[in-house]
Write a protein that binds this ligand. Structure first.
Ligand code: C2E
Ligand code: MG
Ligand code: MG
Ligand code: MG
Length: 274
């Protein structure tokens, strides 16, 4: 069964420079119907600590297109951001994540797990975002302290004062914030100082050749030191090899996500497969 194999072992349909305008328009049209037709789903990837114990999961969106098969979020999220569909889609993702958190809250073995949800800048900056998150938490009875919202550096650039105030309001409810893909955007270190972040995720592009590329190793090492001295939890993304895990642990990074620990997986197989 294809689905049980998990997200990233599947071959994704990807859109490249060659893709025609017509193709793009067709895909965009299909995306309009994807939600209603139940073609979207959420997979979850575990995050573990230095002892290999699962501390939480990241929710990752999946689209199974009836003709094309799996379409990569790297392809359809930017489309959804352009045409505004990211709002209903993002709402749906948050709702599912909150429902899952509420279920876990009832089970002692899972109650401490967090769910990290990727929030697009477009979604974060819509006027009703705070209300939307608050009403979903109230409706589902999900514990806010188990919800982590992942934002990217692009958001922080746009309107730092407003972004900061939105983050503070949500944070006062117990929600936590992670800065995703750290080091890939136009980051200014002053944002790190000014914004109420809890977690910093080192992008997988720096982890990939960590063991052979001295520059990557220096960047990762420095990022860990920076995060730790700012009191942030630092999470390494894209950890695939035991040697990368050992290096990171030896350099003071104690949270990890990557194929070494588990691929993005439908919820029903999440804790069965490993
Ligand atoms: P991200 O948030 O940085 O998510 C991590 C990506 O790395 C995921 O790709 C995951 O499958 C992949 N990954 C995890 N471990 C490994 C590993 O060991 N090796 C390698 N090579 N890759 C690994 P995915 O699922 O294709 O998602 C791509 C991006 O799409 C995400 O990057 C995120 O920016 C965006 N995305 C996914 N779901 C959502 C969503 O619900 N809302 C929004 N706004 N964006 C989403
Ligand atoms: Mg993420
Ligand atoms: Mg990332
Ligand atoms: Mg990303």
């Amino acid at each position: 069964q294809a689905k049980a194999a998990g997200g990233n072992s599947l071959r994704f349909f990807n859109m490249d420079m060659q893709t025609s305008v017509l193709e793009r328009a067709k895909l965009e049209g299909d995306l309009h119907q994807a939600l209603e037709r139940n073609e979207l789903s959420l997979h979850y990837q575990v995050q573990v600590n230095h002892q290999g114990v699962t501390t939480g999961v990241e929710a990752l969106l999946r689209w199974y297109h009836p003709q094309r098969g799996w379409v990569s979020p790297a392809t359809f999220i930017p489309l959804a951001e352009e045409n505004g569909l990211i709002l209903p889609i993002g709402h749906w993702v948050l709702k599912l994540a909150c429902e899952q958190l509420a279920k876990w809250a009832q089970q002692p073995a899972y109650a401490a797990l967090t769910i990290s949800v990727n929030v697009s800048s477009v979604q974060f900056q819509q006027p009703g975002f705070i209300r939307d998150v608050e009403s979903l938490l109230a409706q589902t009875q999900a514990p806010p302290s188990r919800l982590v919202l992942e934002v990217t550096e692009s958001l922080l650039m746009s309107e730092p004062t407003r972004v900061r105030s939105t983050m503070l309001k949500l944070r006062s409810q117990g929600i936590r914030f992670a800065l995703d893909d750290f080091g890939t955007g136009y980051s200014s270190l002053s944002y790190l100082k000014r914004l109420p972040l809890d977690e910093l995720k080192i992008d997988q592009s720096f982890i990939r050749e960590l063991l052979t590329d001295k520059t990557d190793a220096a960047i990762v090492d420095t990022t860990i030191l920076l995060a730790v001295s700012l009191g942030l939890t630092v999470v390494a993304e894209g950890v695939e090899k035991k040697e990368q895990f050992d290096w990171l642990k030896g350099h003071g990074c104690y949270r990890y996500q990557g194929y070494l620990f588990g691929r993005p997986t439908p919820i029903e197989y999440l804790f069965e497969t490993y």
